[in-house]
Every structure is written in C-alpha cells, then in structure tokens.
Design a protein around this ligand. Structure first.
Ligand SMILES: [Zn+2]
Length: 390
C-alpha cells in the first residue's frame, strides 16, 4: 500500500474506548496507603480513580548470543520460521491487553462476594530491541543488563528477555514494587526456549506459548505496578500459615486466613493452571497463570499510575507537540499533542516499509505536510488519547 498525503488533518480518531465501570468497591483501602504516594513519597492519593482507563508504555528487549542465535530476530524466529521478534512482541501485547480487559472472580475463599471490578489498564508497545551480546544472554539477577541497555527508562517500563541454558519454563524477576521508583524493569527467562519447545511439539499450539509468556508478562508487570504475591513470599515460596505473610490487601485472602478462618485442607498456592481447583488461588499475583485481581489490587495499580508512575502513561507523553520526520524500527509508538509528520532537514520523505509498524498517539491533532509513504506490509495507525489530567 502506498499513501501520499499533501495535507490532511485528523482531529479525533478514537480507538481506546473506556471499559464499562461497575460500582466502586467499598473495600477498606487502609492497607493500600503505603503504596499511595507520589514521587515525593509523602502524598497519599486517597481514593484512586480506578474507573479511568490508564495506558502505559513498555518495550521489549531480545537478548541473543554474539553469533546471533538464541532468540527471535528482526526477520524471523531463528528456528526456521518467519515470526519475527516484532511479531512475537505484538502477539504478547495483544494477549496481555486482552487479559487486562476482563477480570475473574477470586476463587478463594469459596463462595466469596468480593467485587470483581474492571481493571482499566492497558499497555502500548513502545519499541522492540535486539542485542547480540554473550555477556547478557543468560538470565541473572544483576541490574547490569538493564543498566547497559535501558531505553527511555523514566517513561517506558523495560521487558528483558534472556535465557537459562537447558530450561524451557518461563520465569521472571521484577525490579521494584515502589510507586516512587524509576527503575522499572522485568527480566524474564526462557521465553524463547519455551516458544521453540512448543514449536517442536506437534501437539502444542501457539496459544500455549502465549498463555505461559503472556501470563508471566502480566504477573511481572503487576509487580512493577506495586503488587505483591497474595499467598507466597515475593521471592516465591508459599507463605507459611502466619499472618505476617500477606500482600497488604484485605480483600485477597492469605494462606493464614484460609487455614484459620476457612478451614482449608490444603495450601492455596497450587501452581500453574491449578487456579480453577477448589481452594486454589487464581490471582494474577500467584503462579497459576490465572486472571483475577481484587479491588484493592486494582486500586494499588491505579494509585501508582495516578501518582508516581504517571510518567509511564501514554497520556503523559501526549502533552507536548511532536514533529516526526523519520519512522521505523526499533520505534513503534510515537506521541504528541499536535503531531506533525513531514520531511525535515536532509531527511527524505518519511517512509514505512516491509513489515514496519508505526502507531501515533495524539491528544489534539495529527497533521501531514508533504509526502508520507507506507509501503509493502507496513502498517500505520492513529489513536486519540486524552492528555493526563493535571
Ligand atoms: Zn512474582
């Protein structure tokens, strides 16, 4: 497809529509208050506006060996297939946005009446990077990979995809829960190895990969937004039956409460795909790969995104005007109040080609000056997002 515009002004083209809101929960937020501060660390946000859709920016970094093996590439899956790292990132984003668009009733305690409000947050894929570097190929808990390769870290949460030799189970680490931190990254292990293992299994479906990878993404991003595990310590082991092992939300039942109040016959941390079993947690913040978040958990997320984490939101990126004279990977998302697309300096006509993707997020208008070309399989989309309330 080729598009040539002389001057076209787009005023409103709204894609992100709000999700219907149920009645506000009446859960006591006292336990959430330690999270409810802005970057100065001392202004409680009180009642977070959890009915406002909040959209935040994440990027994806693929780590490959020096010789170019071990992960997705710019042009394929490194396993004989044509699925690129860009494609895979888009698929995972679609999965996690799909799951952030609905909520499940919590499975524990049995027959509970805890509300199931909408989550009201979504993610935008900001950019995708590929790094050929043996020294950062393997998973570890060091921050050096983040420090070496972070891109725009004050405005974009970073997802780092590394590997562990010989393993195919996806595992992850999140850098911080704090709402005043600007060190927001998650390092995931074995995403690619899991993809390859499924690709080599004639009975496996791509959806399996999406479930394990997407479930891991949303869990680790949940940590970055301020959430703790509900029935496990944050470093993983199931909580002992002690009131001190708790996530700070009084609407997510603890292992201690399950035993002492609800007469549980087994521990609620049941593991992957067990969230639908009686007495097992189906919370996003356990290891079941399930999709439930409580009202308090949702409020914690919105406290953060309405306060100290506001700068990660798309609405914070569409306040100033932006002129774009070059499109193309690794960048996918572009932001501005008034976005002007034009040739500038010695740059030729802005052009998208091959399978490139450019998404414009604007709060006021998009204006095209002169030529702009979209070639081959490239896609170009424009989304209206209102600027953050001040
Ligand atoms: Zn976790």
């Amino acid at each position: 497809m080729k598009i040539l515009y002389s001057k076209i002004v787009i005023i409103i083209f709204c894609i992100f529509s709000s999700i219907h809101i149920k009645a506000q929960s009446t859960v006591n937020l006292t336990n959430c208050l330690p999270y409810s501060s802005d970057r100065s660390g001392n202004t409680p946000c009180g009642n977070p506006n959890s009915s406002e859709l909040k959209i935040l920016r994440i990027n994806v970094h693929y780590f490959l060996r020096n010789n170019g093996t071990g992960n997705f590439t710019e042009t394929g899956d490194n396993n004989g297939g044509t699925l690129t790292g860009y494609d895979f990132s888009r698929d995972v984003l679609e999965w996690i946005n799909g799951h952030a668009a609905w909520n499940s009733t919590q499975n524990i305690p049995a027959m509970n009446t805890i509300p199931t409000p909408p989550k009201n947050y979504q993610y935008v894929l900001d950019a995708v990077y590929f790094h050929r570097d043996n020294s950062h190929f393997n998973f570890n808990f060091s921050s050096s990979t983040y420090n070496t390769y972070k891109e725009n870290p004050d405005h974009v949460m970073q997802v780092l995809l590394t590997d562990v030799q010989g393993q195919t189970s996806v595992a992850g680490y999140a850098s911080s829960l704090g709402h005043t931190s600007t060190t927001k990254y998650t390092k995931l292990a074995n995403v690619y190895s899991q993809y390859v293992a499924h690709a080599q299994n004639p009975n496996a479906e791509y959806g399996w990969t999406m479930h394990s990878v997407g479930g891991s993404f949303q869990h680790e991003l949940g940590h970055l937004l301020g959430l703790s595990h509900t029935v496990r310590y944050n470093n993983g082991p199931p909580c002992p039956y002690s009131p001190s092992c708790d996530d700070g939300c009084n609407d997510t039942v603890s292992a201690y409460d399950m035993l002492n109040t609800y007469n549980a016959t087994h521990h609620p941390a049941c593991g992957w795909n067990q969230g639908n079993q009686p007495g097992c947690s189906n919370n996003v913040m356990d290891y079941a790969g399930a999709n439930a978040l409580s009202p308090c958990q949702i409020d914690i997320i919105h406290c953060g995104l309405g306060g100290g984490l506001k700068q990660y939101r798309v609405c914070d990126a569409v306040i100033n005007d932006k002129t774009i004279c070059h499109f193309g990977y690794p960048q996918i998302a572009y932001y501005g109040n008034k976005v002007t697309i034009e040739a500038c300096g010695n740059n030729p006509t802005p052009t998208l080609h091959d399978n490139e993707q450019a998404n414009i997020y604007f709060s006021n208008e998009v204006e095209f000056h002169g030529g702009f070309e979209v070639r081959g399989e490239a896609t170009f989309e424009v989304f209206h997002v209102a600027a953050c309330p001040s």
